[in-house]
Design a protein around this ligand. Sequence first.
Ligand code: PRP
Ligand code: ZN
Length: 297
Amino acid sequence: MSPDRNRLHMAIQKSGRLSDQSRQLLKDAGLRLAQGGKNNLSARAENFPLDLMFVRDDDIPTFVADGVCELGVVGQNVLEEYTLGLTEPRIEEVARLGFGKCSLKIAAPDSLTYFNLKMLAGQRIATSYPRLLARFLDNNGIEADIVTMRGAVELAPRLGIARFICDLVSTGATLEANGLAPVADVFDSEAVLVRTLKPVDGPHSEKVAALLTRIDGVIATAESKYIVLNAPEEALPAITEILPGAEAPTVVPLIGRPGHVAVQAVCQESVFWETLEKLKRAGASAILVMPIEKMMM
Ligand code: PRP
Ligand code: ZN
């Protein structure tokens, strides 16, 4: 592969838990991706100098660390496993993306009725995450045998390869289907945007910055709401206090209603029914909560 150096390159998962939402993130950031067949290994953004590379998630940190791709979307589980094997930093996390939430867990046959961590001592544990598991065992002062497998870790207990496994759990369906149950949490993970620590040249780094600004906007917008409400002036301090993650709200007088104002604010956190009820109790009325389509801070 000889990448076109006039364009940015981003590595995303070819197929798997993160691939659909990784593409959606880029679409939400306004990128129009050229349609390619399912088997295409790359796709070009038609309205931004970016090429997507579709690779195995385990290969994403390597691509980004080597600078073959300036950016990537990967699970923190894969990123941390890779980073633990480095002697110096080569890749950095730039944003949490809020999807692909899962957790690396130790699991045991579901016939096990009692568990505590000490029971792992001297046992064989099969995993695709040997470094994360080793760190966990170390932090808990446990010595056990780690059996590294590239996949199908859930089969290990049935095959007699290991008594325990340590694998990624999202819905838990895979464990259940294999007669296993989670017994301990090793590492919580979600999808993150990563960038290379290799120097990126001038014009390129501007493109990276522009793309990161857009992606930040998408992340912020996902949670943010625009709130409009009416309130008596003396209720303003209490109301501003309740508005979740709002900085300086705009306050405008209401014509014909002396002592009353309209308040407008961007809330950068979720707005729940409880929040609206509190606002109402504090004196607010005519409360509107609206989605925000685009945002650039
Ligand atoms: C993980 C893990 C399980 C599955 C668990 O694989 O290895 O197979 O997800 O999901 P569930 O709890 O919803 O059943 P991953 O997505 O990392 O794929 P990969 O191992 O092929 O990279
Ligand atoms: Zn994988």
